[in-house]
Design a protein around this ligand. Structure first.
Ligand SMILES: [Zn+2]
Length: 88
């Protein structure tokens, strides 16, 4: 099976309701519309974590590419409270 071709677009994001949070990079997976969800996921290749964002849809699978080592990984979004992680 060929690996999916994933386009990442890096943006800088600062949550406007969090004064104490520094602007951080977010990697947009493909085209992202106005309704999106964002997640902090770790690469299965190099174990580095990054923030990713994709359009909100019924697909709970996140197919993402690590901007560091370009490993393509899949992550299943589960319905649980996620802890805030700090990007190094
Ligand atoms: Zn990686």
């Amino acid at each position: 099976m060929n690996k999916p071709d994933i386009t990442l677009n890096k943006i800088m994001y600062k949550p406007d309701h969090k004064e104490d949070v520094e602007e951080y990079p977010v990697y947009l997976i493909g085209e992202v519309d106005t309704s999106w969800s964002q997640m902090y996921i770790y690469c299965t290749g190099c174990s580095r974590g990054h923030h990713y964002r994709k359009s909100m849809d019924d697909n709970l699978w996140w197919i993402y590419k690590c901007p560091h080592c370009e490993t393509v990984s899949a992550h299943f979004e589960e319905f649980e409270e996620e802890e805030e992680e700090d990007d190094e």
